[in-house]
Structures are given as C-alpha cells and as structure tokens.
Design a protein around this ligand. Structure first.
Ligand SMILES: NC(=O)c1ccc[n+]([C@@H]2O[C@H](COP(=O)([O-])OP(=O)(O)OC[C@H]3O[C@@H](n4cnc5c(N)ncnc54)[C@H](OP(=O)(O)O)[C@@H]3O)[C@@H](O)[C@H]2O)c1
Length: 264
C-alpha cells in the first residue's frame, strides 16, 4: 500500500502535503500528518482532507514513506522515538537541514534515507528542491523526485553538495528578496509609491527569471539585450559593480556556506 506519513506539519510540511494531496501519487486518505499542534492538524485536515495524528508510532505503523519535517534540534528525539518501530523496507525522507544520511543511519541503520532540500517557494508550487541519496537507492529516488515535482522543480545532486544547495536554494530566497527590497527602495526614491514600486520590481524580477528559465540563456545574454551603448542601463550596472554588487553577493554566498559548515 502506497501510504505516507509526514512528521511535522509546520511551514514546510504543509507545503509538501498540499503538493502530495493534490497529486495522483497518493490518495488523500493515505497521507497522514503528525504534529504536536492541534491547530496545524485541523488546518491540513480541513484544507486537504488528509488524515492526522498526534501519535508518531501509530502513524508510521503501516506506511512505506516517512517524511521527517521537524526542526534540526527536534530530529534526535523523533529518530529515538521511531527507531525501534521502523521496519527495514520503510523509506525515510529527511528535509532536515544539516543532518547527513550517515548520521541518520547511525540511529536507524536498517532504513534507506533520502535527503531533500526544498525552499519556501514550495507553498506556491515553485520550490527548488535538491535531492540526494546513497548509490543503492535508485527506484525510491525516482519516486521521491516525483513527489517533490508536485511542489516545483527538482534536481538530483551528490550529498556532498547538500550544504551548498541549502545556501543557494533555501537561503537564496532571502538573498533574492533583499535585492528585490533594494530595487523597491530605489523606485520609491525616484517617485513611486511603495506599493507601485513593489508591483513594478516584482513583475520585473519574474520577467527576468522567466527569460533565463525559458530561453535557457546565460543571464549576461539577456542583460546585453537591454543594455544600449552609452545608455542608462549600462550606467547603472557599472555603478553597481563599482560599488561591489557581484563581489558582495559572491562573498555573502560564501559566508553563508562557511557558516552552514560550522552549524551542528
Ligand atoms: N522552511 C523552509 O523553507 C525549509 C527549507 C528546507 C528545509 N527546511 C527544513 O525543514 C524542516 C522543517 O522546517 P519548518 O520550517 O517546516 O519547521 P516548523 O514550521 O517548525 O515545523 C515543524 C513542526 O514539527 C512539529 N514537531 C516537532 N517535533 C515533533 C514531534 N516529536 N512530533 C510531532 N510534531 C513535531 C513542530 O511542532 P512544535 O512547533 O510544537 O515543536 C512543528 O509544528 C527543518 O528541519 C528545516 O531545516 C525548511
């Protein structure tokens, strides 16, 4: 029976459940959400018609897939609670930042583990989800990729790149939004009301990303198309670079990467 239980119905859990609940991969009644909070459970039950429980052991007893969707500091307790109850052919899917497959397998050695790193775009079905697993996990990996295709785009990566994927994909949401905020601030200084500046900047950001995504071009190619010689765009671009735009973004990404490698 293709059943799945999601442990943790918080921000990310809800987005994943909404993708799976509206897909043909699982019947809604075969999706169970476990959370401590009655409020979270009522919300997912009412919106998506999935099953809910506050008892982990009961909820994982006859399912093939278990998604771990709790905070990193809560993972140890959850693994301790389920380790004696899991049977070998149950597959664990971990969304938890910073915990490796090997570390999870130290506690639950019999089970195959697949790591996934989505982002908050998941709530709008626009997640970028990076997925990795050990060599011996093949068929299951294909199915898990299908699961996360329901909430956006997916990419299978080597596990050694999972921290980098967290910075580029998950923290990346914040990085792009900070740039978006700066554009809005520039728009206000030029005379737009904040809500107008936001409409223009957001739509322009979506247009820019879509050009690259749909044309498959390098960003610089699309930049060339709007950069008239001696015009206002090149004037602005060069000033941004004189002020260190690309350099500060790369340094920020690398600072985030260095930090994530020290967090445990
Ligand atoms: N949000 C993102 O964009 C994102 C992206 C990639 C990866 N992640 C990873 O995904 C994981 C979940 O993130 P999130 O933002 O969804 O966290 P969250 O909103 O805090 O959700 C976790 C939920 O799990 C519940 N929970 C914790 N321990 C439990 C237990 N033993 N039994 C039942 N329920 C339990 C929590 O309840 P309480 O609050 O009552 O403890 C909470 O409702 C994290 O490890 C995070 O690193 C998140």
């Amino acid at each position: 029976m293709n059943k799945i239980t999601i442990i943790g119905g918080g921000n990310l859990g809800k987005s994943i459940i909404s993708g799976l609940g509206n897909s043909d991969l699982f019947e809604a009644k075969h999706i169970t959400v476990v959370d401590k909070s009655e409020h979270n459970l009522t919300e997912v039950k009412e919106k998506l018609g999935v099953s809910t429980s506050q008892h982990i052991i009961e909820a994982i007893s006859d399912v093939k897939w278990v998604i771990l969707c709790v905070q990193p500091r809560q993972l140890d307790a959850v693994l301790e609670e389920i380790k004696e109850e899991l049977i070998a052919d149950q597959i664990l899917i971990s969304t938890v930042t910073g915990t490796s497959i090997a570390e999870i397998n130290e506690v639950v050695p019999k089970n195959k583990v697949i790591r996934v790193m989505p982002n908050t775009g998941a709530s709008k079905k626009l997640s970028m989800t990076c997925i990795s697993a050990n060599e011996d996990v093949k068929e299951e990996l294909v199915f898990v990729q299908k699961m996360f295709d329901t909430i956006g785009k997916t990419l299978i990566i080597e596990e050694r790149l999972m921290q980098a994927a967290t910075v580029l994909g998950a923290s990346g949401i914040a990085f792009f939004l900070r740039f978006l905020r700066a554009m809005i601030q520039g728009g206000i200084q030029m005379g737009f009301h904040p809500h107008e500046a936001q409409i223009i900047a957001v739509q322009t950001a979506m247009g820019a990303a879509t050009l690259v995504a749909k044309n498959g071009t390098h960003p610089e190619r699309e930049i060339d198309k709007v950069t008239t010689p001696q015009g206002c765009t090149i004037e602005g671009l060069n000033e941004m670079e004189h002020q260190g735009l690309s350099s500060s973004v790369i340094k920020g990404v690398m600072a985030s990467y260095e930090k994530i490698n020290t967090i445990k």
